[in-house]
Design a protein around this ligand. Sequence first.
Ligand code: FDA
Length: 403
Amino acid sequence: MSAAVDALVIGAGAAGLFCAAQAGQRGLKVLLVDHAPKLAEKIRISGGGRCNFTNREAGPANYLSENPHFCRSALARYPASEFIALVQRHGIAFHEKHKGQLFCDHSAQDIIELLLHECAAGGVERWQPCAVHEVQPTEAGWTARTDRGEVLARRVVIATGGLPVPKIGASDWGLRLAERLGHRLVAPREALVPLTFDTAHWAPFVPLAGIARPVAISTAVPGKGKRSNTVSFLEDLLFTHRGLSGPAVLQISSFWRPGQTIEIDLLPGTDLFETLQQLKRQSRRQLGNELAALLTQRLADTWLALQGIAADTPMPQVPDATLRRLADSLQHWTLTPSGTEGWAKAEVMAGGVDTRDLSSQTMESRLHPGLYFIGEVVDVTGWLGGYNFQWAWASAVACAEAM
Ligand code: FDA
């Protein structure tokens, strides 16, 4: 069997479905192909099953890339407000959870249904599961060898996503194709991922597993010249058996590089030394009890034991130097992660197809006219909070409008 189409879109995830729908609605004959047995699994599991489908505040400052300006044009042309309007037109109920993050009230399946309706409105044909083996430029466009036969296409869109969660269909196929066709790659690395520590280093913290609390977290990022800047987030942290997770850690993990330290303030917004000095003047209770009131009993006990500070000393008898050391340890907790929980637990891939080889207006390759890269396969990575889907929608529209 063979097929001839205006556009072959490879990868039926967020970016591929939306691009296929938009291109189809603009009158193109579109074939969408995906090798996974189930449709859009990453959307289904996203946002804890409720899909954080965009962020009201999404802008270029919320993205990491070797070229931080690359995402500017697509995000300006298709801002979050456009996708929100589409969600409203489909009658999908949603709510804002926190910091502009929008989630479905019912289920991520609502977003999958929206995308399927949009594809149907564009007359998009979908082959799934169907692996693509080879994509080659020809004089008239492109040929692709697939499980269901050869496809002749005037344009090809690569929307194969990133490397996270290989068991639901993630592959490096798009990156390898880009490289084989001469594009540069920014080395892929796990992002929005829990951080781990050496077993021996972490052993004293294992009893804290399950504790969650708001923290300020920061790390250094390379700045201009030899200077480095600090990036920080105010979010929840979660202790795990192997290390640290929760939104605070996922956010900082995207900026963290092996060997680098992270710093955590476990009591953000307080001057802990001053608070402890006040308690020393006012309270006759033991240090352990006062600290437990600020931190929870389990965290306070573990922390004092780790610092070698007696929990049962009455407040008036604790030397100021000890209070200072305790406050510093809790507000400037400096750690060096040994690694991450890897691709199985990462929410997104940082790095990807180097944006120097793509047009920021159209997502078209500068090396091969008629070849486009959209979504997570491109070196544009959003923060946690709906920014990655917003990039998928915006890059899909930039591409569809140009084809
Ligand atoms: P996506 O991964 O969605 O799709 C790629 C498609 O290509 C897949 O269907 C895959 O099967 C297919 N494919 C791969 N190789 C292929 C090949 N060789 N041939 C054919 N098909 C191939 N983001 C956000 O903004 N809000 C959120 O709530 C979440 N939540 C979340 C939770 C979890 C657990 C994860 C892992 C990720 C998130 N994300 C997120 C990130 C978000 O899911 C991600 O950035 C987008 O799905 C990226 O969209 P793409 O279409 O680029 O890739």
